[in-house]
Design a protein around this ligand. Structure first.
Ligand code: PNS
Length: 159
């Protein structure tokens, strides 16, 4: 059983995340999407809301499970029988930080990190940019799933 994790904040999930998760689901027996519970970082959506959106948009995949975690990713991996992390690499700008985390996770617990090159359609895409553009009335359709688009518009209308 090859079980991998796609970890992140997913505030909110984008089509770029979904691209990586769906490709990982085609390669491994089970993919766990793990949402970081980060109490210090200001987020637009609560962890429950992020988990709900992820559950909805991945419901078509029989081998994708959504979980939440706090603390170290390597501890979450150990507790869940996960031996590898799958990450998307958008551009060289991602590389330095991702490399550092990958090497540290290997040093800590021999957890491997496998990088997938992002679909060029989404290489410029990030949750933070989506939030910023949506906040100022820009069009983010096509960059996030429909249900995320609806929730974004509803949340920003509340502010
Ligand atoms: O979507 P993000 O915010 O870029 O995801 C970053 C994430 C969650 C993958 C990373 O911050 C993480 O693994 N955090 C858990 C804490 C941890 O293990 N830190 C040491 C990393 S070497």
């Amino acid at each position: 059983m090859q079980r991998v994790v796609c970890p992140g904040s997913f505030d909110p999930v984008t089509n770029g995340h979904l691209d990586i998760v769906s490709r990982a689901a085609g390669l491994y027996d089970e993919v766990i999407v793990a949402v970081l519970i980060n109490v210090t970082k200001h987020s637009l959506f609560s962890v429950d809301e992020r988990v709900d959106m992820l559950t909805e948009v991945t419901k078509g995949y029989g081998n994708v499970r959504i979980e939440r975690f706090h603390g170290l990713l390597v501890d979450f991996c150990a507790a869940n029988g996960i031996t590898a992390v799958v990450k998307g690499l958008r551009a060289v700008s991602d590389f330095e930080y991702e490399m550092q985390m990958a090497q540290m996770n290997y040093r800590l617990a021999k957890i491997e990190t496998l990088f997938m090159t992002t679909n060029p359609l989404y290489s410029f895409l990030s949750s933070s940019l989506v939030k910023e553009i949506a906040k100022y009335g820009g069009d983010v359709s096509g960059l996030v799933p429909e249900i995320v688009l609806d929730r974004l518009q509803a949340r920003l209308a509340e502010e």
